[in-house]
Design a binder for this molecule. Structure first.
Ligand code: SAM
Ligand code: SF4
Length: 465
């Protein structure tokens, strides 16, 4: 596909804007909406675009889903339980609608893009009015217009690898924003369904990204999170071969106080990127670097293209260039055929690296992926026992790694009131660890300087300076 085919043409975007106008004028259109989001930041950002489009169509947010005229489930299918939870909640809403017959129910996102799911929705979930995949997000106005006018189910899973620019957005937070720099993934890790449901990797034009970042800075955003399934391979297929390191350097020059990014694939983590981070003024000293396993044979079966040794080498390069850097990871336990000794390799890697946090998952077979047909499914009780051991280890180590912050100064971006006290606020420090300090609602969205004074149950507290 060439660039011209990837970017959705302006005429099509105008056509969708016209459908949005027409929906707004329908007397029987929904007046309120509620978006239910599952999964990763990418989905959270898609939900912001969905909310933006719905508001363009004249709808107002409804805090409770059962009160909304239009309810949309933005689904995830990375693991089976995410999928089961979404389908369970959609079915529950069918009952709610008995009291509210005009409610429109929509399901979108990764799960809908799974092979065979469209048929399932058409046959078994007939009460769903509208279903569409990740590639058709920008067509929401047209699809909703059709559904409202015909009263028939609209299902659209047409899968083209496109980029739709300039969609309206209703951001979740005013002080922090997501900024997608690339869509899709070409890595085909053998366990992962993402490349099948989010399509081929495609990067946004760097100047467009810069313009968006400048707009965010002008609107008072203090922190941006750059998003992509593998930001480190940003730029493939773009004229002039831009790199992620180069893009980050340009973004650093804008002056937004805090820049983060995720996710990074260890195989593509370049020395240039480490250098840009070390020299940057606004790039936060934090890195999410999923390792998945600490055993070379399993990493090979996972199609990850790096070894345990190469991973550890990247970690030590990061740590020597950016002392004290916050490190987090993703780990999958019980990949098919994983032996106790191979699992122990992962435990030992965790002991060696000492992450600030780790997202741990039990392997979940996904139809259509390579790993789904591999032998050696690990019994559930073994997987449960392994993940519990891993979590216990991580928690005990975290207590030690977080202790390095005690006595240090940190700057936190306040996200909200603390869950434990109404006279305290919490937010993320530069190293991406959460810190609680005295404060009130007026502090939300502000960057506060504090000194870390205490660590209890893996929670840091500090006092304002
Ligand atoms: N692109 C990112 C990356 O490579 O790290 C994240 C993709 S995925 C949404 C987030 C995490 O889910 C992965 O890092 C992996 O640990 C986990 N994951 C993906 N597929 C899985 C599966 N089939 N079973 C269990 N965990 C899975
Ligand atoms: Fe999935 Fe691997 Fe792509 Fe991440 S890099 S989205 S784990 S295939």
């Amino acid at each position: 596909m060439n660039r011209g085919e990837i970017i959705v043409p302006q005429e099509e975007m105008n056509r969708q804007a016209e459908f949005a106008r027409q929906v707004r004028e329908l007397p029987h259109r929904p007046k309120s909406y509620h978006v239910v989001t599952y999964g990763c930041q990418m989905n959270a950002h898609d939900s912001e675009k969905i909310a933006g489009m719905l508001e363009e169509m004249g709808m107002a947010p409804s805090p409770q889903r059962e009160d909304a005229d239009f309810v949309i489930f933005n689904t995830c299918c990375v693991r089976e339980n995410a999928e089961r939870r979404a389908l369970g909640n959609v079915t529950w809403l069918k009952e709610v609608r008995k009291q509210k017959p005009d409610m429109v129910i929509a399901v979108c996102g990764c799960m809908i893009q799974e092979p065979g799911m469209a048929e399932v929705i058409l046959r078994r979930y007939r009460f769903v009015d509208l279903a569409f995949g990740t590639a058709n997000l920008h067509k929401l106005p047209e699809m909703l217009y059709q559904t409202l006018n015909t009263g028939q189910q609209t299902v659209n899973v047409e899968n083209r690898d496109v980029i739709a620019e300039d969609l309206p957005i209703r951001r979740l937070r005013q002080d922090a924003a997501f900024l997608t720099i690339m869509y899709g993934c070409d890595n085909f890790c053998s366990y992962c369904i993402v490349p099948y449901v989010r399509g081929r990797e495609r990067s946004r034009d760097p100047d467009t990204i810069l313009r968006e970042a400048e707009g965010l800075a002008a609107s008072g955003v203090r922190e941006i999170m750059l998003l992509g399934q593998n930001v480190n391979s940003y730029g493939k297929g773009l004229p002039g071969d831009p790199t992620f390191a180069g893009l980050l350097k340009r973004l650093d020059g804008i002056g937004i106080p805090r820049i983060r990014f995720m996710t990074s694939h260890p195989k593509d983590l370049s020395d240039d990127l480490i250098e840009v981070m070390a020299e940057g003024r606004h790039i936060l000293p934090q890195f999410h670097l999923p390792v998945q396993s600490g055993n070379n044979e399993i990493l090979k079966k996972m199609n990850r293209h790096y070894s345990r040794e190469q991973y550890l080498d990247r970690v030590s390069r990061l740590r020597s260039a950016i002392p004290g850097i916050g490190l987090s990871t993703d780990i999958i336990v019980s990949f098919p055929g994983e032996t106790e000794a191979q699992f122990e390799d992962t435990m030992n890697l965790v002991r060696e690296v000492r992450f600030d946090s780790a997202f741990t998952f039990i392997y979940s077979p996904r139809t259509g992926t390579k790993a789904a047909s591999m032998d050696g499914i690990i019994p559930e009780e073994v997987s449960t026992e392994r993940i519990q051991r891993l979590i216990a280890l991580q928690e005990s180590l975290q207590q030690q790694t977080l202790a390095r912050f005690i006595g240090q100064e940190e700057e936190i971006l306040v996200e909200g009131l603390s869950r434990r006290s109404s006279t305290a606020v919490s937010g993320k420090g530069k190293h991406a660890v959460s810190v609680t300090v005295d404060g009130n609602e007026q502090d939300i969205g502000r960057i506060l300087k504090c000194r870390i004074t205490n660590l209890k149950n893996n929670t840091l507290t500090g006092e304002r300076i």
